[in-house]
Design a protein around this ligand. Structure first.
Ligand SMILES: *Cc1c(COP(=O)(O)O)cnc(C)c1O
Length: 381
């Protein structure tokens, strides 16, 4: 599909031409493992086995590539499966990764335990401090890993500056764009080499599927990744691909509402006497506000805050909301609340990525904002 179409048009149509055999407007769920061959090696549509390729997955991959402004999209069984396939394609034992000191806990665990066992080294650093990032590079650094906004502290890093820094040292800039989604931020245009997604979150958008994706422009690396996607086999099933495709159609309107609701929530929290600090890049007081305003179309739906009453107060708030559901994950239409130190980021205890114990993280959904505000105010007491 013509990539000059607007984002919302691409979200609904890219990779999703009406089915040529039936006219079905919605991409069918091709729930099949194999394909009839017309004579040995005579493939009808290029499909032979669904680990290698499946038409529903192809539709999703083409759509995601269009939304990120990349030439190649690859879908995986989870965000971590996408990360693992990427890292074990571009790294060799002895290589080094620079990653954020507030990276998603699962990404840190993958690099610091699984890949460490494979001989890959890493340094965790604050990506907002470009001198510290420069100092963290070694001659073996092959990947600069970036997450902006970061999870759970909503740190913002300057993608264009990091891209330049990585390329001066012939390293790849990999950007986990899960929190922003391609609607709010397009890292490839700012200098990223590969974009990573947990499609479980905003792309899927309805908390009903686990998936991941990689998007990139470089055809040679895409070919290596495509080979490993098949050779390592961490692929999503057709129904999961279909759920993500269905979610993506409404990504733009959802992100607009997530962002509007989150700003109202952040402003309320910032003025509340029980709240010590609020982390939301849409607030002018956030240290990354200007960079975020430059590289993002909106500030997203994630808000974190700490409480005057410390850890006990944080735990109490998490257990006293009713519209906000206590649970891990994020990016769905429903609002979620959680305590990162004991839940999503428990595996970071004792590491450079340990998060404050008095921190509460919100995934602000698209319910009526007055109900969200009232629920939090009631829980804050
Ligand atoms: C959830 C998440 C991941 C991991 O994705 P899964 O789909 O859970 O494997 C990676 N990065 C970020 C920022 C996430 O929020």
């Amino acid at each position: 599909m013509d990539e000059r179409y607007g984002f919302e048009t691409l979200a609904i149509h890219a990779g999703q031409e009406p089915d040529p055999s039936t006219g079905s407007v919605v991409v069918p769920i091709h729930q099949t493992s194999t394909y009839k061959q017309d004579g040995v090696g005579g493939l009808r549509g290029g499909y032979e086995y669904s680990r290698s390729a499946n038409p529903t997955r192809t539709a999703l991959e083409e759509c995601l590539a269009a939304l990120e402004g990349g030439a190649h999209g690859l879908a995986f069984a989870s965000g971590l499966a996408a990360e693992d396939t990427l890292l074990r394609t571009v790294l060799r034992p002895g290589d080094h990764v620079v990653l954020p000191d507030d990276a998603y806990g699962g990404s840190f665990r993958l690099i610091a335990t699984v890949l460490a066992g494979w001989g890959v080294e890493h340094t965790a650093v604050h990506l907002g401090d470009l001198d510290a990032v420069r100092a963290a590079f070694t001659p073996a650094t092959k990947v600069l890993w970036c997450e902006t906004p970061s999870n759970p502290l909503l740190g913002i890093s300057d993608l264009a500056a990091l891209g330049q820094l990585a390329h001066e040292r012939e390293a790849l800039l990999v950007v986990d764009n899960t929190f922003a989604s391609p609607y709010l931020q397009q890292p490839l245009a700012l200098g990223a080499d590969v974009v990573v997604h947990s499609t479980t979150k905003y792309l899927g958008g309805h908390s009903d599927v686990v998936g991941g994706a990689l998007v990139l422009a470089d055809g040679e690396l895409a070919g290596q990744l495509r080979f490993h996607q098949n050779a390592m086999g961490a692929v999503p099933g057709p129904f999961d691909c279909w759920l993500v495709l269905r979610g993506v159609k409404t990504l733009g309107v959802r992100m607009d509402r997530h962002s509007a609701n989150a700003l109202r929530v952040a402003e309320m929290l910032a003025a509340h006497p029980a709240v010590a600090s609020v982390y939301y890049p849409g607030l002018p007081s956030h240290p990354g506000h200007e960079v975020a305003a430059k590289q993002m179309r909106g500030f997203g739906g994630m808000v974190s805050f700490t409480l005057v009453g410390g850890e006990q107060a944080a735990l109490r708030v998490c257990e006293q909301t009713t519209v906000f559901t206590l649970g891990e994950s994020l990016g769905g239409v429903e609002s979620l609340i959680e305590h990162p130190a004991r839940m999503t980021h428990a595996s970071a205890i004792g590491s450079p990525l340990e998060v404050p114990v008095d921190l509460v993280r919100l995934s602000v959904g698209i319910e009526s904002v007055d109900d969200l505000l009232a629920d939090l105010i009631r829980a804050l007491g």
